[in-house]
Structures are given as structure tokens and as C-alpha cells.
Design a binder for this molecule. Structure first.
Ligand SMILES: Cc1cc2nc3c(=O)[nH]c(=O)nc-3n(C[C@H](O)[C@H](O)[C@H](O)COP(=O)(O)O)c2cc1C
Length: 365
């Protein structure tokens, strides 16, 4: 199994949900960058399971032990390695699914690919738990971006059919992003919080699950970074966002809805503002044109499917005996992964954008 991402920044994620621990090695992080460990913990706490009703009841502290690469609160230039111990494992819950494929999960395909040797306990290396080290890496990259005036933030755009308002794609401010980032339940319009919570709770009580969409926005990213065709900013972000378990869709700017507009409606007209900066009146392009940043906010939306592990009885197969079976999943599962995935999406964008800056000859660190 290889869970390596290799761009300007290189990350390698290791571990399994019910093994001794999980972690990440981050290569190519520039030396001499200030890193505040308490802020890393705060960022990671947003992903850790906590709320009994919206997330798994598994209790994990998610404390990253830093093995190398950060000394006296600064990056040394050596690979940064962080290890997170697994403490609250209950592998007995997985006894009845070791040969029964959970519909919607990677049990069947993982078994095929790794010839049955893969650790299925808690989803093994396919578990959402593996996003904890990704969030550690994202926290480090995010702190470096912020020291360069680049701020990334995300919010829950929808849970099933309940929707929040969007960021203002043209005028979104640092304060807008920091305000929503500080919320325990990150929505822009607080009126939708309870409706979303009710939707998740209803699914949980019915032994079911729901999905949703996360919107992410970046401001302060310099214009002129990126490359055309295969090394564009969209490609780099997409390659990491699709590494997040349960992600099934991604759109930039107006995305799929742009296909329903005329060119005259979709084109973002250019102008020079009082400070002499080139801007666009609208931002359907989501801050990226030809794979290269325009200087406008970078906006994207990520669609998450409903959590595959649900308590309802489902039809499945036993891949050892090739028989048809019934499955009732035990274990502790998120009735909706979207709430915990908000900092995971921010992390993917942080890592991708720092990589783009490191790759860009026009930008010096
Ligand atoms: C933060 C987070 C938590 C997750 N928690 C669960 C969970 O409790 N139960 C589950 O079945 N899937 C969970 N998932 C999703 C599965 O890991 C994922 O659907 C599975 O590995 C199959 O991959 P795919 O959906 O990307 O194809 C979670 C995903 C994330 C991002």
C-alpha cells in the first residue's frame, strides 16, 4: 500500500485504524518557519471525534508526537515526522465483517487488491482515522501560508438537503473566514445549524447516515502561480482532495452550474482597482484560469457521500465463501462525516497551495 503524495511538499501517511498508531512524514517543508504547537492541537481538535451525536463515539486524543523536523518552534528543514497513538480501539466489533463486505466501504476492493492480507479492523488503512495525520500536515502548511498572508477556511455548505449560504466569492474577507473557522459547528448562517443537526440526528436514530458538501475559500494567494494543463492548481488540489475518504465530487468556482450559463454571464470581467491591482467583477472562475491563480479568492466545493457503515440490515457477500449474506454493522461510526471533514478539506488545500508556491519560480520563500 502506498499513501504518498509527491508535489512541492511530499507527504507519506502510515498506519491502520486499530494498529499501534498512525502518522505522517512531511518532506520539503522550508526551514526556519515558525510553528505554534498549541495551534496545531487546536486545528486537529476540530477533526477529532467529540460530539456524541454527529460523530463516532470512539474517543481519541489525537495527540501528535513530533519525532523530527521541528525544533524550538521552528522547522529545521529535515523531514517532519509526527506519530499519533491509537488508544481507543475495540476490534471485537469487526468480528462479523472480516469476510463480509460492508456496502459502500472499501472492504471488498481492498481485499481484492491486497489478497486478503489487509487489516480490516476499523477499516484499516482505508479508515477516516487516517485523516488525522493529514490534518497534522495541513496544520503545519496552513501556519506557513498564514505567515505569508494566505488564509484558508471552510464551512459546511450542506448536509443532505439543508444548505448554508456561500462565501461571497469576490468580497470574502479574512474576518469572514476566521469567524466561521472558530465555530464548533462551522456554518456561516447560524440559523441552519439546528436544522442540519436534526438531519444528522434523525439519520443516526434510524441507524442510517447522511452526506453533504463543504465549501472552501482561500484569500491572499498571489496571482501568477500554477501551470497549464497537467500541473494546474486545480489538478494539484484535486489529487489531494480525492485522497480524503468518502469524497465523491469537487468543483471550482461556479463548477457544474457554469455549464448552464452563457459566456456573457460566466465570463468574469477584468478591471484595475484604486490600488492598481487587477481584479475581476465576478468570480465564476474560482480564482484559477488556465491552471494559474488570478489573485481572486480560490473557491471550491467538495461533496461527501453518506457514511457507508450504517446499522440497518443490508445485503452483501462473503468474499471467502462467495455466498450471499445479510449484514448488520456493529461498531462506532460517524452518522455524518462532513462535520469532522471541514479541517480535512482545509488541510488538503493548505498542502496543495504551499506546494504550488514552492514549485513556482516567481515566488521566493
Ligand atoms: C473524517 C472521516 C470520518 C469517517 N468515518 C467513517 C466511519 O465512522 N464509518 C465509515 O464507514 N466510514 C467513515 N468514513 C468514510 C470511509 O473511510 C470511506 O467511505 C471508505 O474508506 C471508502 O472510501 P471512498 O468512500 O472514498 O470510496 C470517514 C471519512 C472521513 C473523512
Amino acid at each position: 500500500m502506498s499513501s504518498m503524495w509527491n508535489n512541492g511538499i511530499k507527504i507519506s501517511i502510515f498506519g491502520e485504524s486499530h494498529g499501534n498508531g498512525i502518522g505522517v512524514v512531511l518532506d520539503n517543508v522550508p526551514c526556519g518557519q515558525n510553528i505554534d504547537f498549541d495551534k496545531i492541537l487546536e486545528f486537529m481538535a476540530r477533526r477529532a471525534p467529540g460530539d456524541e451525536k454527529t460523530s463516532t463515539k470512539r474517543k481519541e486524543k489525537d495527540f501528535p508526537e513530533i519525532m523530527s523536523g521541528i525544533l524550538n518552534d521552528q522547522t529545521t528543514g529535515a523531514p517532519i515526522c509526527a506519530v499519533i497513538r491509537n488508544t481507543d480501539t475495540r476490534s471485537g466489533d469487526y468480528g462479523n465483517i472480516s469476510a463480509l463486505a460492508r456496502p459502500g466501504h472499501a472492504d471488498y476492493t481492498g481485499n481484492l487488491r491486497y489478497k486478503g492480507f489487509n487489516d480490516v479492523r476499523g477499516g484499516g488503512h482505508f479508515s477516516g482515522r487516517l485523516t488525522a495525520p493529514l490534518v497534522f500536515a495541513g496544520a503545519v502548511c496552513g501556519q506557513i501560508l498564514e505567515q505569508h498572508g494566505i488564509v484558508v477556511g471552510a464551512h459546511i455548505s450542506s448536509i443532505k438537503d439543508i444548505t448554508d449560504v456561500n462565501f461571497d466569492a469576490v468580497r470574502v474577507s479574512k474576518e469572514d473566514i476566521l469567524t466561521v473557522r472558530a465555530k464548533k459547528f462551522p456554518v456561516i448562517d447560524d440559523n441552519v445549524e439546528q436544522k442540519m443537526l436534526n438531519k444528522i440526528e434523525k439519520a443516526r436514530l434510524e441507524a442510517d447516515s447522511v452526506g453533504g458538501i463543504i465549501e472552501c475559500c482561500t484569500i491572499g494567494f498571489p496571482a501568477g502561480v500554477g501551470s497549464p494543463m497537467f500541473d494546474g492548481i486545480e489538478n494539484t488540489i484535486a489529487s489531494i482532495i480525492f485522497g480524503i475518504p468518502a469524497v465523491k465530487g469537487l468543483e471550482f468556482g461556479a463548477g457544474f452550474s457554469a455549464s448552464q450559463l452563457y459566456g456573457s454571464q460566466n465570463n468574469d470581467e477584468l478591471y484595475v482597482d484604486e490600488a492598481g491591482t487587477i481584479k475581476t467583477e465576478t468570480n465564476h472562475h474560482g480564482g484559477i484560469l488556465g491552471g494559474i491563480s488570478s489573485g481572486m479568492p480560490i473557491t471550491l466545493k467538495v461533496a461527501f457521500k453518506p457514511t457507508p457503515s450504517i446499522g440497518k440490515e443490508q445485503n452483501t457477500i462473503d468474499y471467502r465463501n462467495l455466498s450471499n449474506e445479510k449484514l448488520i454493522i456493529k461498531g462506532r461510526h460517524d452518522p455524518c462525516v462532513v462535520v469532522r471533514a471541514v479541517p480535512v478539506v482545509e488541510s488538503g488545500v493548505n498542502i496543495a497551495l504551499l506546494s504550488e508556491l514552492l514549485n513556482c519560480p516567481n515566488y521566493s520563500f
